[in-house]
Design a protein around this ligand. Structure first.
Ligand code: ATP
Ligand code: MG
Length: 693
């Protein structure tokens, strides 16, 4: 017996060497750290995420139950990646043969997704309907508008904020965990006079949500945090998880920090990792002080800094360090790289966005010629629309790509229609979903739909109310079809995922009738079906899709053809935590980085600097910053569409530029300059207007 124990120990010891051998000393100390609160604060590419995964594996090796580890990440994609990495390490550390499945981590996900699951589990205790559905942003706006109309605020004499603004104010107040008056004063000063009306509106909105058994996106955090205010709930949930580990802690907001401290009041079992220099979500109320204040909040916090960057070549790291060194306020970190030297990063000036698209396409192909797969290259940009010219160019040249960022797919009418059929079945009280479904029935108009909604709004059983409802004569022929589908879905008679096909079958003729481009839209729905059939239940499918409206459709759908090679297009925000061998950043010009609209105050400008830092630190070996001299601006409605003669981003100071090779530059003359004309030397619009005035 003793002999066996001995050999088991031996094999664990050697396997351990395999699983954790790659760690450096600082990473190892984070992995081996005991249960006291731990903060790993370190720069980009220093192995924070990898260290967190290794810590999970180490905890499991030492006996922690994977079911009792809560792992909070920034996106679902990040959660998958983290589980995968931790799984491999666990396999090695536990000596599980590679053919066997590594232990699963069922509680890895975003704050919102985990919140939804816990709330559903606790629903009976909290007076929540267990079948609650989650509203996406546009639906939340519509419900807000509805509440506003019900209060008669639509007819207020002075201009009241739009529904989207109301929701933004609501969201900011919730996520920043601050009083409404303060939020208004700070972020929406022009709405301050409306405080009493907004307060009434938000109360009505909360009531409407409760009546319909729906939660909005922010409720997933708010309801979770609020439930945790009750000591019994905090004790129960705190005891449910032995360890809570958080990646990208710099982008958490006050509500998320409150959730963590209510779960683990003394910080025992709490590990957070992050980089204050990469905080880019303050527009969603992220509080970058969270990370700096962590040690003060939890007595006895171990703080570990990681200083070796394993991602980038020294040349790219030098450029990134130079950029962030000019940020006035930051937690000083020095990063060094032992990677072999690579080509110097480049700043490339081009004439306009068309030239930029062509340059990037050429460069991408050239790197591929040199053996760098498309998949190992990424084009990053500030907002989804900035990639339009490039998307056209890539399509024209038949270069396959996948785009992350932007929600067009989930917000398109046909996708929302189909989801509404499933949502209404999931939650019969979901008025917006019911309304959307009813309006699809030929012969059923707004008046008939209003009557249906009124019938639904009953304290009695809404299911019998729908069954008993009598449609107007114009819809008598078609209503029964929807009713039969709804009943089948609602009762569970049609199982999942056949339920998706049943809904699609009913919807297809409506799609044909309502849209000229029905064939294209059917393609989207088939893509949605692929996602649906991979999900265990309707509830999970709907919740996941709404809660993590992930960075994008392609994020959901996965790559178009798994074995094919494709280029990555992504917003910088969605690129967080990732890396590619080659990174090309579009529109590194003033007006875009920083954005026109973000130049209001110093804090906003600093966030823009960090955004560029995040973009640059995604690159391993090749980094190109593109600067079109003429840049098309559409984001500022008050100026209309216009071209801007853009200068290089103000963040590329002479000291930063010194780390780059400059290409193009003043030598790239646009045609006006070639004629010897200065930008804007003639105000043609004013002259044309003068003819008539
Ligand atoms: P970010 O700040 O962008 O989130 P990060 O600090 O989380 O970055 P990781 O993504 O964990 O960094 O790691 C960056 C790269 O460095 C990865 O390719 C990883 O495999 C590699 N790496 C990390 N630690 C080591 C190590 N000790 N030895 C070799 N490679 C390492
Ligand atoms: Mg990371």
């Amino acid at each position: 017996m003793a002999g066996r124990m001995y050999s088991a120990e031996m094999s664990v010891a050697t396997l351990e060497l395999d699983a954790f051998a790659h760690l450096n000393a600082a990473q190892r100390s984070a992995v081996e750290h005991d249960d006291s609160p731990l903060l790993v604060i370190a720069g980009a590419g220093s192995g924070k995420t990898g260290t967190l995964a290794a810590r999970v594996a180490r905890l499991v090796r030492d006996g922690a139950d994977p079911q009792r580890l809560l792992l909070l990440t920034f996106s679902r994609r990040a959660a998958h990646e983290m589980s995968r990495r931790a799984g491999l390490l666990m396999q090695q550390a536990l000596g599980v043969p590679a053919s066997a499945r590594p232990p699963a981590l069922p509680w890895a996900g975003t704050f919102h997704a985990i919140g939804a699951r816990l709330l559903r589990d606790m629903a009976p205790a909290l007076g929540l309907a267990p079948g609650f559905t989650v509203l996406d942003r546009p639906d939340s706006e519509d419900l807000m508008a509805q509440a506003r109309a019900d209060l008669g605020q639509a007819e207020l004499p002075r201009r009241f904020p739009q529904k989207a603004t109301c929701l933004a104010i609501h969201s900011r107040a919730v996520n920043s965990d601050q009083p409404l008056a303060e939020v208004l004063q700070r972020a929406f000063p022009w709405c301050s006079p409306w405080e009493p009306e907004l307060r009434r509106l938000f109360a009505a909105y909360a009531t409407a949500k409760h009546r319909q058994a729906v939660l909005d996106y922010d409720d997933l955090l708010l309801a979770w945090a609020t439930a945790l205010e009750e000591p019994a709930v905090a004790r129960a949930l705190g005891a449910r998880f032995d360890h809570v580990l958080v990646d990208e802690y710099q982008d958490t907001n006050r509500l998320q920090a409150a959730i963590l401290s209510r779960l683990k009041p003394d910080g025992r079992g709490l590990t957070v990792v992050g980089d204050d220099a990469q905080s880019i979500y303050s527009f969603r109320a992220a509080e970058w002080r969270n990370i700096l204040d962590f040690p003060a909040r939890y007595a006895g916090t171990g703080v570990i800094a990681l200083e070796q960057n394993y991602r980038s070549t020294p040349a790219i790291l030098a450029a990134s360090n130079a950029l962030i060194a000019e940020a006035p306020e930051r937690h000083a970190k020095t990063l060094w790289s032992a990677a072999p030297e690579g080509p110097r990063p480049r700043i490339v000036t081009v004439a306009d966005e068309g030239a930029q698209a062509a340059w990037v396409a050429d460069e991408v192909l050239q790197l591929r010629e040199q053996g760098l797969k498309l998949m190992r290259q990424a084009v990053l940009f500030r907002t989804g629309t900035h990639a339009a010219a490039l998307e056209m160019e890539l399509t024209r040249r038949r270069i396959p790509f996948v785009k992350y960022g932007g929600l067009r797919f989930l917000e398109s009418t046909h996708v929302k229609d189909l989801l509404s059929l499933l949502r209404w079945a999931q939650n019969p009280r979901h008025a917006l979903a019911a309304q959307r479904c009813a309006l699809l029935v030929p012969g059923l108009g707004p008046a008939g739909t209003r009557r249906l909604l009124a019938a639904l709004d009953t304290p009695q059983d809404p299911v019998s109310a729908v069954r008993a409802w009598v449609p107007p004569p114009s819809a008598r022929a078609e209503w029964p079809g929807l009713l039969a589908l709804w009943s089948g879905l609602q009762s569970g008679e049609i199982a999942w995922p056949q339920a998706f096909d049943a809904a699609l079958k009913w919807y297809e003729p409506q799609l044909q009738r309502l849209h000229e481009d029905a064939a294209v839209r059917m393609g989207d729905l088939r893509q949605l079906r692929q996602i649906a059939i991979g999900q265990a239940s309707r509830e999970r499918f709907l919740a996941d899709l709404t809660i993590d409206p992930p960075q994008a459709s392609s994020d959901e759908a996965g790559p178009p053809h798994r074995d094919e090679d494709y280029l990555i297009l992504s917003t910088i925000h969605s690129a967080k935590g990732q890396e590619w061998s080659a990174v090309h950043v579009l529109n590194v010009v003033d007006g875009c980085m920083p954005a026109d609209m973000a130049t209001g105050n110093a804090a906003e400008i600093e966030e823009e600097r960090r955004l560029l830092y995040v973009a640059m630190t995604r690159a391993r070996r090749h980094l190109n910053l593109l600067a079109p001299q003429r840049f098309h601006v559409t984001q500022q409605a008050r100026w209309g569409d216009r071209h801007l003669y853009a200068g290089l981003s103000r963040f590329l100071s002479p000291a930063v530029q010194a780390c780059f090779d400059l290409e193009g530059g003043p030598a790239v003359a646009d045609s006006a300059a070639a004629l010897g004309l200065a930008p804007d030397s003639v105000d043609l619009a004013a002259r044309l207007l003068k003819r008539w005035t």
